[in-house]
Write a protein that binds this ligand. Structure first.
Ligand SMILES: O=C(O)CCC(=O)C(=O)O
Length: 336
């Protein structure tokens, strides 16, 4: 360990000892009892012995962390295979949402991946859901959520070659806009590159440090070529804020905070840029009512889709849609 890292470790140990009132006693999850320390100065991470002091401070300051080579080629190839079977309609997955790029959706229906820009809510597909239970992912997730972990939101994003209308971009946004559970600091996204991603095929772009702000107003951006369904963008962020383009290799994973402003660029290649992701939350989180908040617009849209999809009345709330989708993946389902 470098001298700087040793100094950081000493500092963290000191902070943790002097803030024992904030320590959370956790349920044992692996036959062993341990304390998740949560000093006020380190509000976004727990010390489980996995993250180095530098990694913890990096996440605290920037709101994301890139871990190389976390998911094996074999697993990724299995996810790809299952995704292709879904696109060919060889499997029907209950609750799955299949989305098409707005520029492609208008063309003729083709039952293969060309038509599909994203699948969401694959919690009932055992092959894809295996991603959310990978022990090497959960070990990292625990550093942000604590030991009781729910997999709340699952996606496989298949960013298509841009059809010339720039619709393959994903507008800058905060994921918390879609969530009606809190606290935000106990939610984290794991996003794994299923192939090499770079600026050419539309890698993720993040605005470091924006996770320390608040949830902003979101709505559809006014893009000439059209915008994909549910791709809300954050209103009024500072375009001068420094940006980081997350160039990643197949199997690399980025973990990021739900208030971090992020998006992704246009896919200027002829290939489909794939990534698989899951948003996790501590099972100790609680639901909120978004009535009267900036999230009312997304609740309205989700309700419309849910009432059509499940042929139910419009008394369903955003909270109900999350409670149905959430799955416990570690520890005890205490609240969510
Ligand atoms: O994978 C991407 O291009 C962006 C995904 C994303 O930010 C989202 O779906 O919320």
């Amino acid at each position: 360990m470098s001298r700087a890292a040793e100094r950081l470790k000493l500092l963290i140990n000191h902070l943790e000892r002097s803030h024992t009132q904030a320590a959370i006693r956790a349920e044992p999850t692996s036959g062993q009892t341990f304390t998740h320390s949560h000093p006020q100065q380190l509000r976004y991470t727990f010390d489980t012995g996995l993250l180095t002091p530098e990694q913890r401070l990096f996440y605290e300051e920037n709101g994301f962390i890139h871990i190389k080579n976390l998911v094996s080629e074999d697993d990724i190839d299995k996810f790809r295979w299952e995704f292709e079977r879904i696109c060919r309609q060889e499997v029907k997955v209950p609750g799955l949402v299949v989305m098409r790029d707005v520029a492609i959706a208008k063309s003729e229906f083709i039952p293969d991946q060309k038509a599909v820009s994203k699948i969401q809510d694959f919690q009932e597909d055992p092959d894809l859901f295996q991603y959310c239970t990978l022990p090497q992912i959960l070990k990292y997730v625990e550093c942000f959520t604590g030991p009781n972990i729910m997999a709340m939101h699952t996606m496989l994003i298949n960013k298509p070659p841009d059809a010339g209308k720039k619709t393959s971009r994903h507008p800058m946004h905060q994921d918390l806009h879609y969530f009606s559970f809190r606290p935000a600091d106990r939610i984290v996204c794991a996003w794994t590159a299923m192939e090499k991603v770079n600026r050419h095929n539309g890698c993720l772009v993040v605005l470091p440090g924006t996770h320390t702000g608040t949830l902003q107003e979101h709505d559809y951006p006014e893009w000439e070529g059209g915008v994909n369904k549910m791709y809300h963008g954050v209103r009024g962020y500072n375009p001068q804020h420094p940006r980081v383009h997350l160039e990643m290799e197949k199997g690399d994973t980025v973990f990021f905070h739900p208030l971090l402003i992020h998006g992704s660029g246009m896919n200027q290649t002829q290939g489909f840029r794939k990534a698989i992701s899951c948003h996790y939350a501590s099972a100790d989180c609680y639901y909120i009512d978004v009535k009267g908040t900036t999230q009312e617009n997304i609740e309205k849209e989700v309700k419309e889709i849910a009432t059509r999809k499940y042929a139910i009345g419009d008394e369903i709330t955003l909270k109900d849609t999350w409670a149905i989708r959430g799955r416990l993946v570690q520890g005890v389902r205490t609240s969510l």
